[in-house]
Design a protein around this ligand. Sequence first.
Ligand code: UD1
Length: 418
Amino acid sequence: MEKLIINGRKKLCGQIKVQGSKNSTLPIIAGSILCEGEIILHNCPDLTDVTAAVNILKSLGCRVKRENDTLIIDSSYITTSEISDELMREMRSSIVFLGALLARTGEAVLSAPGGCEIGLRPIDLHLKALREMGAEIIEEGGNLCCRANDGIKGIEITLAFPSVGATENVMLAATLAKGRTTLTNAAREPEIKNLADFLNSCGAKIFFAGEGTIIIDGVKRLSGTEFYVISDRIAAATYMACAAVTGGEMDIINFPLNDISPVLPLFNSSGCRIKTEENSLYIKAPEKLVSSGTVRTMPFPGFPTDFQAPAMAMSSVAEGITIFIETIFESRYKHVSQLKRMGANISVEGNVAVVQGVSRLSAANVYAEDLRGGIALVIAALAAEGESNVSGLKHIDRGYEKLEDNLRQAGAEIKREV
Ligand code: UD1
């Protein structure tokens, strides 16, 4: 079984350039099917999830070429509105193709994504909003048959929860709709703004009216564009955590600093010294981390659920007790049992995890069960005494580009064994 072999307790020092954002690239790729003309997308990370989205585009008849971190997409001709079950199953977030396909072709046939490693992940909010916008959606045997015979129409919609995916689906559908859509209680994650910037650069009319309100005036068509995807805030914070647990110091460059402001207090209160610049930061870890108190995950600008597991790996070796409250996903503590194999002292009750920091973790063979839980194990292995094996790499490879290269050039002893 493929695994990462990590010999821990090496101080990480050096510079890491942050990859393009996975969670921005995916909806932007879906958005490219709204455009008639060539799309040139820079800063697209080479990840299995991005490849899965590209394969969906190709299956729809689009032409796609990758040149290093640039994707060149031509969606002038779409030959089908159906996405195969096999392609849908590759990646849960392919549900964002629904809004885009409906807007472009007036129909979409795809399978509903099921639950996943981190929770049930229903799509009721997506479907409710699209139905209100005029789509007829028949759910049958796990399949969704969607049609908007009279086109998608702009309306006022309020999301019951600021779901990232539902916000993206509404934005994509509304871009080519008839009339104005006003979406309230929309997600405010940086990836939403990036999707809007991309669509606007193609001719869409999307405005942010503050307080989670997005106004979208439908346009008839979108053209091609050249666009830079933002860099990945969770990857940036992950590399900070790698420096933090090894007592290291690192420059993390090439990412929008504002996007990681929700996690900076955690690093500061853990005893890390941080110097910030516009698109980069320097982090110097203390010899011993201290607890950051309570971490409650919330929609942006709250503490990101995607950084809960990496933060837990940090708190496992921080002095004192750290309490985690996971409010976004139901089953996002799968990494706990694996961290415990490395000697972490963690107890979980419902959505609360209590971590009593230990002086040292010890190496173990551990298994990643989801993407962010998986990277938490890598962080813990970097901190642990001895040689750990981390398997389940298909999850980690969904989100981290050149992980071993980045860590190795910063001084980690890490190699992949196939
Ligand atoms: C996106 C991110 C993921 C991140 C999450 C929350 C991508 C590709 N993925 O996922 O990395 O962890 O945001 O920041 O961008 N929900 C419903 N009904 C719905 C939709 C969502 O109940 O129709 C629930 C979900 O089950 C979950 C919560 O709302 O408990 C948040 O989900 P959502 O914001 O939609 O996350 P995703 O878009 O799936």
